[in-house]
Ligand binder design. Sequence first.
Ligand code: GAR
Length: 225
Amino acid sequence: MSVAFAAFASGSGTNLEALLEREERGAAYRIALLVVDRACPAEGRMQRRGRMAARLDFGAAGAGRELARLLSEHGVRGVLLAGFLRLVPSEVCRAFDGRILNIHPALLPAFGGKGMYGRRVHVAALASGAKISGVTVHLVNERYDEGRIVAQWPVPVLASDTPDSLAARVLEVEHLLYPAAADALARSLECGDMRPPAFRWPVGISETDGALGQAIEGAFDGAGV
Ligand code: GAR
């Protein structure tokens, strides 16, 4: 029996699509419900599959209670934010503490916080001169991008990158990392483990290995910016 999750989205929904595709191939979760805060392509992706999508006015009085009611009606045990641009109402944060994940297109705590979403994140990363960006999956609380980090994956920033080319490479990683993290959360919940999914960076070069020093020296050999 798979674990029922809800996804919340506001935009194009490519992460939602990746989550649904992983579910179709076999996952420990199923997306029982999509909640959107506006008309958006994510809604269409869900509806085309004949799946449940609900649109909610998050600015309305009592929106948090209505959302909590919807989630309980669908037996939801965890929530996946997939390009969702609002704060999650406090009732839902409290009820699902440790069971709400978000995906962010940078290595938090860099390039996060209020107003930092989508393309803006990549514009900021390029403007900073950062050489590495990446993807973060984190637990959600009542503040933007501040919950405990669950998993991260780096994506190099190339000298030739534009915000769109960087976004495209980061998105490829998002579509792999998010379904894997969602599946891990569902597997933990299945066995009653309330800790966040364990994630370990697959270290290839150990700190004591001379090759690391050589790799670092070699990284300075290219032409300067
Ligand atoms: C994704 O890149 C996601 O990481 C980002 O918005 C995009 C949504 O794309 N989320 C944030 O920036 C959250 N702060 P999608 O609608 O195609 O999944």
